[in-house]
Design a protein around this ligand. Structure first.
Ligand code: GLA
Length: 728
């Protein structure tokens, strides 16, 4: 049973393979949080609430000074009547009142999991998931709040989202609507977040939480490269391999906030949801509002245990593309090879070389449409530029297919250039606030996806190209953040909704396009990994991890991306040296081995390489095909972090356990260099494995516990790969 309800004590116990999550209704009104952590068989009441009269802690009852919302562990806290910590939601009534007072009404337990209207969310069969729906109500405003808990017993995941329904007679405004709030009666956590920038996505930040708040957010209209929509609380002794970790990842691609707040009594509140800044929603009587979903993962086996749960869950219960479990093609992308300067001959020369090396997919990036010779024009005009491709896109696609390659195409559908036919005809399609000047980003404007007509334009113009040309893959890019957010199509009281309406418009477009074109492999991109979030993964099974293709930087970016996302979702390409982002020169072998640790491809002018380099690439491609199944669908284990040391190490074990591939990367050559040991993970301790290149055989226990000595070499940026097959 994934949801157990004790009627007598009014206790809800959500139970997965490794986790328990417990709440209790007290005084027949308040929903309190009791426990989230390692699974307990039967929760009988050990963590009872101890009431205490504390200074400055207000009380709902005049003569009951021990009972205060400010000191109780609240399950979905509201502000205004005594809880001074960060509230999970807020309202504004017609009269301006911002107070709310939720009372427990009842619950429902369902098999399966309902969809969240207009939003991506995890899914599962009736055997995989059960849903608990708790009904709370504010009597005065008539607002009903439904807390939804998806309990994935075997996947070891609990999801949370909230539905607000206005059952009152007047409209009201939701001023904050977080998806998750958990009150721990523990403290001493370290807070882990992933921060970055364009070309430098997802660095690890680990901060002790002593007092006050650690908060991250995006106000940029997308989940952003600046902060990933992820937060984890690590108990003091937690590490990669052991210890308790409480984490959440937000299934949403817009503005978000995540925070951990320590109070004066050594309690910690952990919250995640939509960012309340410019994030209101006006709710008419009988209207509903669905918050996006948070995926909550508890691990008693450190960060590694946490990542295994996320990877498995996203592959099986979030990514709905039919490609989720299909081997992904090795691609060549022309961007860093040609930029905007290409014609059909140049592209086909690149495709010829790609075909010779065994590459499987040719992707035509930016510059094929409108009159786009640089990045300041034509976004929105999804019509082939006949100056560059006089025989048309279909001709190019046929020629590519004739060479045995699949054909992919780049779009940036959410944008509009001022210098475009679309803008000349429909200036009102650009996101803007009447009477105010535009703010540009990369010289372009953003389409107003809160407007249904604009969404229809995007769907029609993109589908037209996809229908007329044989296209196997689409790279969906998004290269600036939202400014001038407003819309003349909505009244004053709804202007705070435009950020969210933009995301809902985007999801609607993606829903339609991915449904109409299920055979197209979509890859999401936002100047690299700027919108790498579970919301996008729901529609698109892979994401371009970063515009930074430097092998050393990529070690970190891919390492940290793997905390939540499966390796198969990370696009990784070999590019030229000196690297265009850092100027660094790294060996082709290292560039290959870093990129083949993810969803592999090339972004390099193959026509300019020597025959030796092409031969090496041919070998890399053949090697990746051999290990692809293990890399893309096996288990991934981080061993040594490039954030901590001069090395990075990781290994993969195939789903059936028969294959293992391990990589060792050493960044700078050092004097008096220490000899490094590579200790594999996830092998069968009792099995014997053969090293494919030497033929030597070792026990799984030896490979894991004793480890392999990595040969020394006087060379910067070097890499070593070990490949094993299980012998018995
Ligand atoms: C973004 C993408 C790149 C490339 C360019 C094209 O920066 O991240 O991969 O597609 O746009 O303009």
């Amino acid at each position: 049973m994934a949801v157990i309800y004790n009627d007598e004590k009014q206790i809800f116990h959500l139970q997965t393979k490794g986790t328990s999550y417990v709440m209790q209704v007290v005084r027949n009104k308040y929903l309190l949080h009791l426990y989230w952590g390692k699974r307990v068989q039967n929760y009988c009441g050990t963590r009872s609430i101890i009431l205490k009269n504390r200074g400055f802690a207000p009380n709902p009852q005049e003569n009951d000074r021990d009972f205060s919302l400010d000191t109780l562990p609240m399950e979905y806290p509201h502000g205004g009547n005594g809880d001074f910590r960060s509230c999970a939601f807020g309202i504004r009534e017609q009269n301006g009142s911002r107070i709310c007072d939720l009372s427990y009404v009842g619950y429902e337990i369902m098999k399966g999991k309902p969809k969240l209207e207009g939003l991506p969310c995890s899914f599962g069969s009736e055997e995989e998931v059960s849903t608990l729906k708790i009904h709370m109500k504010d009597k005065i405003s008539g607002l009903s709040v439904f807390l939804l808990y998806g309990v994935f017993e075997n996947a070891d995941v609990i999801t949370r989202s909230v539905v607000f329904e206005n059952h009152g007679n007047s409209p009201l405004t939701l001023t904050k609507m977080l998806s998750m709030s958990v009150d721990f009666r523990e403290s001493g956590f370290k807070v882990m977040t992933l921060y970055g920038a364009h070309n430098n996505e997802r660095n690890v930040d680990l901060r002790p939480l002593k007092s006050g708040m650690v908060q991250i957010e995006s106000l940029r209209g997308t989940s952003s490269p600046q902060q990933a929509p992820f937060m984890a609380l690590l108990e003091a002794n937690a590490s990669e391999e052991s210890g308790n970790i409480y984490s959440a990842n937000f299934v949403y691609s817009g503005n978000f906030t995540a925070l951990a707040q320590a109070d004066a009594f050594e309690n910690v509140r952990f919250q995640m949801g939509m960012n309340p800044w410019n994030g209101e929603w006006y709710l008419e009587p009988n209207e509903k509002f669905f918050t996006p979903e948070t995926v909550m993962v508890f691990s008693s086996q450190g960060l590694n245990g946490m990542s295994q749960i996320y990877h498995n869950f996203y592959q099986h219960n979030l990514i709905r593309s039919k490609f989720a479990f299909q081997p992904r093609p090795i691609l060549i992308n022309n961007w860093e090879a040609t930029f905007f300067d290409f014609n059909e001959d140049k592209l086909l020369a690149l495709a010829d070389k790609a075909a010779q090396t065994g590459i499987e997919l040719f992707v035509l990036d930016d510059g094929w449409f409108g009159h786009r010779d640089n990045d300041d024009s034509s976004l929105g005009d999804w019509v082939t530029d006949k100056r560059k491709l006089p025989l048309g896109l279909s001709h190019l696609s046929d020629e590519i297919h004739n060479r045995g390659l699949k054909f992919g195409l780049w779009f940036e559908p959410e944008m509009i250039s001022r210098n475009s036919e679309l803008f000349r005809n429909h200036p009102e399609y650009a996101l803007h606030t009447e009477g105010r000047p535009y703010t540009f980003g990369r010289g372009q404007l953003v389409l107003d996806l809160s407007n249904d007509e604009v969404c229809r334009y995007v769907i029609e113009s993109v589908s037209k190209v996809l229908r007329e040309t044989k296209i196997d893959y689409v790279k969906w890019d998004m290269n600036r953040h939202l400014t001038d957010v407003g819309s003349i199509n909505f009244p004053m009281e709804r202007q705070g909704e435009i950020f969210h309406r933009y995301v809902l418009g985007l999801y609607k477009i993606l829903e339609e396009l991915t449904t109409e074109f299920p055979d197209i492999l979509f890859e999401s991109c936002s100047s690299g990994g700027g919108r790498f979030d579970p919301g996008m993964l729901y529609y698109m099974p892979q994401t371009w991890c970063s515009d930074n293709t430097d092998a050393v930087c990529r070690m970190k970016i891919q390492y940290a991306t793997s905390f939540t996302y499966p390796v198969v979702t990370m696009g990784a390409h070999v590019s030229e040296v000196p690297n265009q982002q850092t100027g660094r020169v790294t060996p082709l072998q290292t560039r290959g081995q870093v990129a083949m640790s993810a969803n592999f491809g090339y972004e390099i002018d193959l026509t300019k390489l020597s025959s030796e380099e092409l031969d090496e690439i041919k070998k890399q491609v053949a090697f990746y095909k051999d290990i692809r199944n293990t890399i893309q669908f096996g288990k991934f284990y981080r061993i040594k972090s490039p954030f901590d040391e001069n090395v990075a190490q990781w290994n993969f074990v195939s789903g059936d356990g028969s294959q293992a591939v391990a990589f060792h990367f050493e960044i700078l050559s050092q004097p008096a260099a220490p000899i490094k040991i590579l200790k594999l993970k996830g092998l069968d301790a009792d099995a014997v494995y053969r090293d494919i290149s030497t033929g030597y055989e070792y026990g799984g226990d030896e490979l894991m516990y004793s480890g392999i000595s990595v040969p020394l070499e006087k060379k910067d940026f070097r890499s070593v790969c070990f490949r094993f097959v299980k012998v018995n």
